[in-house]
Design a protein around this ligand. Structure first.
Ligand code: GLA
Length: 381
């Protein structure tokens, strides 16, 4: 082991010790472990922090991208498996990750042509997806190193990460101060709370981009999973995956998940929206009342019995069926990630809202606090 690596390890062990010593409640923090995950090409150190709960679930979160790198969940026999796709090395996350487990911002999903107008000013963002802006641009929040707030992280089994997006970063107006809190509850819930404030009017849409496979990461495709989405409408997209602005009923289409349906059944349908998305890659308009926290979706995998429920305060849910996973990525434990080997359920405001005044607003003004919460809740049957 070289001196630098040894130094990084000592720093990590010390920071874990600080978390424990700040607590005064050993029961709560005994389970907080941390390890070094190397450093970025710019020389910034990255650590992984672990949360654990009573039933033995464990979540690993790294400071690069405030990324969930692992999450174990019990099957119907209580056997734990890691249910999120990811890599064993930081360099793979830096070089080739399709946002595995990332915190996405400043704006989750696409902004058409990378431009929008706010208070009469036109802003031009970095374009990184066929002429459009995707997931915060060339260097979104998934590609920066976040700071751990040691004081806040001691309150139980949670980790608080902070980042300040600069005024003008990726083209966005306003310095944005963001806090993301990951908690693992004894009710087998991974809870994510987001908070942000700005010093100039801006747009914000933060989300979480884990690719789930309830049979275990690297255990085949996700086409056999059943999915329920509590949404009567979705936002149709054009061929560039930009919403047209319409809110369309799901009735009679392959987009209808109001009763649990097997994901693979209609994924090759000739419906124009399935063609545009090359599978499922759309935002559903959740039925619950605006701003209310409640159930958005439920996924079930029958061989393991694992169930994952998604609850959120957000109005929309992007269901992405891993259509761009093409089998070229080798993930954790040397496992190959084949076509559609993970699915994402990204709670969010609708894509391209800054250009769609009819969609719920994503504008954040100075003096207001952006606050959203999402829970991924696990059980088995
Ligand atoms: C999102 C988008 C997809 C794709 C993935 C990342 O979920 O909706 O179109 O860009 O992220 O590969």
């Amino acid at each position: 082991m070289n001196i630098r690596r040894l130094f990084i390890m000592i720093v990590c062990v010390l920071s874990a010790a600080m978390i424990i010593s700040c607590s005064g409640n050993k029961e709560e923090t005994k389970s907080m472990e941390t390890m070094s995950f190397g450093e970025t090409p710019e020389g910034q150190e990255v650590g992984i922090f672990y949360l654990k709960n009573k039933s033995g679930m464990q979540a690993g979160i790294m400071t690069y991208g405030a990324t969930l790198v692992s999450l174990t969940a019990p099957d119907r026999n209580g056997v734990m498996s890691d249910v999120v796709l990811g890599f064993d090395s930081l360099s793979s996350y830096v070089i080739q990750s399709p946002y595995f487990g990332s915190t996405i911002g400043r704006y989750g999903n696409r902004i058409g042509k990378g431009t929008f107008e706010l208070n009469g000013v036109k802003y031009t963002l970095a374009v990184n997806n066929g002429g459009n802006h995707l997931h915060g641009g060339l260097k979104g929040f998934d590609k920066v190193v976040w700071t751990v707030d040691q004081k806040e992280s001691v309150k139980g089994k949670s980790l608080t990460l902070m980042y300040i997006g600069k005024d003008g970063e990726e083209g966005y107006p306003g310095a944005l101060t963001i806090k993301v809190v990951y908690s693992l509850t004894d009710e087998n819930e991974l809870r994510i709370d987001y908070e942000a404030t700005t010093d100039k009017s801006t747009v914000v849409n933060l989300t979480h981009h884990s690719y789930f496979n309830l049979a275990g990461a690297g255990n085949g495709d996700i086409l056999g999973h059943e999915l329920f989405i509590d949404a009567d409408r979705f936002t149709p997209i054009d061929q560039g995956l930009i919403p047209t602005g319409e809110l369309r009923s799901v009735r009679g289409t392959p987009m209808d998940f109001t009763k649990a349906e097997v994901i693979g059944t209609r994924i090759k349908d000739t419906y124009e929206q399935i063609k545009n998305g090359e599978g499922y890659d759309h935002n559903w308009v959740l039925n619950k009342a605006q701003g209310a926290f409640g159930l958005a979706a439920r996924a079930f995998e029958k061989t393991s019995g694992r169930v994952m429920e998604v609850l959120t305060s957000e109005p929309g849910l992007q269901f992405y069926s891993g259509n761009f996973l093409d089998g070229t990525l080798t993930g954790k434990g040397g496992r190959n990630y084949g076509y559609r080997s993970g699915f994402c359920l990204e709670t969010q405001h609708f894509p391209d809202s800054p250009n769609k005044p009819q969609f719920p607003s994503t504008t954040l003004n100075p003096g207001s606090i952006y606050k959203t919460s999402t829970i991924y809740r696990f059980s088995a049957k």
